[in-house]
Design a protein around this ligand. Structure first.
Ligand code: SAH
Length: 219
């Protein structure tokens, strides 16, 4: 049985205070965004009751929606601003895109699995997120038509940071990306490009993401 909206809102408030704020996500705008986005709408019906638990959840096609805390910390690390244009690689359910959409001007998000891209697009439309553009395709090459981006968020793990994404990051911009071997622990990296174009990398924490896959035609 589905819970009513009020019960979900209460579960969401508890999620934010117990799983996110109590750890190290302190940015009030990020916390507010995560209180607002109805995470249960981004998971399959059978998983809705679990949507506010402290874990990733399956979203079909062997993919997962990240644990809420991971979404929170990644969002805080890229320091979203109301005027920012963001690229996300790995739309999945659309949840991370919705959290970003609460905070920035526009989110461009790419998903390699066409059915997930369609599902995310329709969920985001239903919820009124008209500042998110979803595209089905391989995000390895970024989205040159809309580059450069103030922020790039990669939610599937490549074994190295794609040069195209570094090129499409604006000066003064930030990228968060899990990097490492497939089916193993990866390192969450925060990459910054300064006003002169110099790139620096900081390792944040070990994480586990699904691999960034490649479409054969884009190699
Ligand atoms: N951000 C998502 C979770 C993403 S899981 C959310 O909030 O729900 C990672 C997603 O990346 C999966 O859906 C997977 O299909 C997708 N993916 C993997 N390789 C990709 C690629 N090369 N380009 C775009 N998406 C990719």
């Amino acid at each position: 049985m589905a819970l009513d909206d009020e019960a979900y809102a209460a579960a969401r408030a508890a999620m934010v205070s117990e799983q996110i704020q109590s750890r190290d996500v302190r940015n009030p705008a990020v916390l507010q965004a995560m209180r607002s986005v109805p995470r249960h709408r981004f998971v399959p019906e059978g998983e809705q009751r679990h949507a506010y638990r402290d874990t990733p959840l399956p979203i079909g096609h062997g993919q997962t929606i990240s644990q809420p805390y991971i979404v929170g910390i990644m969002t805080q690390l890229v320091e979203p601003d109301a005027s920012d244009r963001v690229l996300e690689v790995g739309t999945g359910s659309g949840y991370q895109a919705a959290v970003l959409a609460e905070l920035v001007d526009h989110v461009y998000t790419i998903e390699i699995e066409p059915e997930l891209a369609r599902g995310a697009h329709s969920t985001l439309q239903d919820l009124g997120y008209d500042n998110v553009t979803v595209r089905a395709g391989d995000g390895y090459a970024g989205w040159p038509e809309h580059a450069p981006f103030d922020i790039i968020v990669v939610t599937a793990a490549p074994d190295h940071v794609p040069q195209a994404l570094i090129d499409q990051l604006k000066r003064g911009g930030s990228m968060i990306v899990p990097v490492g071997p497939v089916h193993s622990v990866q390192e969450l990296r925060l990459i910054k490009k300064d006003d002169e174009g110099n790139v620096t990398t900081r390792n944040i924490a070990p994480v586990r993401f699904v691999p960034l896959r490649r479409n054969d035609d884009s190699r």
